[in-house]
Design a protein around this ligand. Structure first.
Ligand SMILES: Cc1cc2nc3c(=O)[nH]c(=O)nc-3n(C[C@H](O)[C@H](O)[C@H](O)COP(=O)(O)OP(=O)(O)OC[C@H]3O[C@@H](n4cnc5c(N)ncnc54)[C@H](O)[C@@H]3O)c2cc1C
Length: 375
């Protein structure tokens, strides 16, 4: 019988299960989707995440496929405003590793358990010595349950009015496209324009991810792709615009849980903290939740006593890191909104000076150097 049940085989649940198995814990993963994969989401893995995944071997698997992005540039009207040097950080992995989320999920699985697929959890109820889990295929229980069900099933563990929500007006268009050879293939670029931001990030196999602030309009797939092409032509990626044939549109919000633990029930990943993808830290936050929780749960099961003070410190640190990442994403979104031509010129000047004056502070912050797990 499982010592830990993990609800959700997204990247965060997958990593937690693999880490627990590595520590000798008997773990079962329940996943409602019949098959893995689906959609393109996170692409950037930061230094503390790569360091945390080393022991289980996932970092090597990720780096065998990822692009190591050592340098980012802020540009405006074809001019470089400032440079962000990840390669100058004093960390084990001085770069952002970019790789599609589906490949990250493969790498995280490693020798971890195969999830039981096609099982939807409908209720999670902690009692004194076990946690009861009800599913559409009957009930089961375990001494510890970790909920990693993402944004779609939070109501199973939190009352809706307990969550802190922030709604943002911003919408974005996104695509991953194979681009023609270019001079800056390994550079992450943020094009700042008066009409809004355009991000251009390297991916393996000659692809790049483009994300553009969107003024809104039809969600018809052809219209969405057309608006992204238009934004790319106007904001500094005219050549790449010609190869874009499809795109998706997404809105953003921030949702923070009041806590991540109730006795023997834990909540990690997007289920506990959903933040805007503009900033690229959501998946990293969840992976760091899992990597730092696994040894504490293994100790609990091995000794029979919950390491209460370590678990309290874990919860405090993870919530603080989530608040920080959420605030950073909010700053990124503010910087990328459309402004008048005059305000845009002033913004570009200030940003250029700030990047030059602050040295490694900005890359440190973007690479999650202030996350509690990077201590
Ligand atoms: C467009 C976009 C771009 C992004 N880019 C980045 C980026 O560059 N960097 C970054 O760090 N983050 C990024 N993110 C965020 C990142 O994708 C998420 O933070 C990450 O996927 C969260 O993983 P998770 O495992 O917590 O949740 P999920 O990936 O949502 O996985 C949850 C799993 O639980 C299952 N599940 C849910 N409910 C139940 C149930 N009741 N019973 C059984 N199973 C259930 C689901 O089917 C799913 O498989 C991006 C997100 C978006 C939308």
């Amino acid at each position: 019988m499982a010592e830990v049940i993990v609800v959700g085989a997204g990247p965060v649940g997958t990593l937690l299960a693999a880490e627990l198995a590595r520590f000798g814990v008997d773990v079962e993963v329940l996943e409602r989707r019949a098959t893995a994969g689906g959609g393109s989401r996170a692409i950037g893995l930061h230094a503390p995440t790569l360091a945390a995944l080393e022991a289980g071997g996932a970092t090597d698997r990720i780096l065998s496929r990822a692009v190591k992005v050592g340098r980012g540039e802020a540009r405006s009207d074809g001019r470089t405003l400032g440079v962000v040097r990840f390669d100058r950080l004093d960390v084990r992995h001085p770069y952002v590793a970019t790789i599609p989320q589906v490949d990250t999920e493969d790498a995280l699985r490693g020798a971890g358990p195969e999830p039981v697929r096609g099982v939807t959890v409908s209720r999670v109820a902690p009692d004194r010595s076990r946690v009861q889990v009800e599913t559409d295929r009957g009930g089961r229980s375990a001494p510890i349950v970790v909920f990693a069900g993402g944004v779609g099933a939070r109501e199973l563990v939190f009352r809706s009015d307990a969550l802190r929500r922030t709604a943002y007006p911003d919408r974005y268009l996104m695509t991953d496209a194979t681009v023609l050879p270019r001079e800056d293939p390994d550079t992450a670029i943020v094009h700042l324009a008066a009409s809004g931001v355009l991000e251009s990030f390297p991916l393996p196999d000659g692809q790049r991810r483009f994300v553009a602030w969107d003024a809104g309009g039809s969600l018809d797939p052809a219209a969405v792709a057309g608006r992204l092409r238009e934004a790319m032509r106007a904001r500094g990626e005219a050549d790449a615009a010609e190869v874009v044939t499809e795109a998706t549109a997404f809105g953003v919000r921030r949702v923070l849980a009041p806590g991540m633990r109730r006795d023997r029930l834990f909540v990690i990943g997007d289920a506990a903290h959903e933040i805007s993808p503009i900033g690229g830290q959501g998946l990293n936050l969840g992976l760091l939740d899992a990597a730092t929780l696994a040894p504490l749960l293994a100790t609990w099961l091995r000794t029979g006593a919950a390491p209460e003070s370590d678990l309290a410190a874990w919860e405090r640190d993870r919530l603080r890191s989530a608040r920080l990442a959420g605030r950073m994403a909010a700053v990124n979104m503010r910087l990328g909104r459309p402004v008048s031509a005059r305000a845009h010129a002033a913004r570009s000047r200030v940003l250029g000076r700030a990047l030059a004056a602050t040295g490694t502070l900005v890359p440190h912050a973007y690479a999650m150097g202030f996350d509690a797990a990077s201590r």
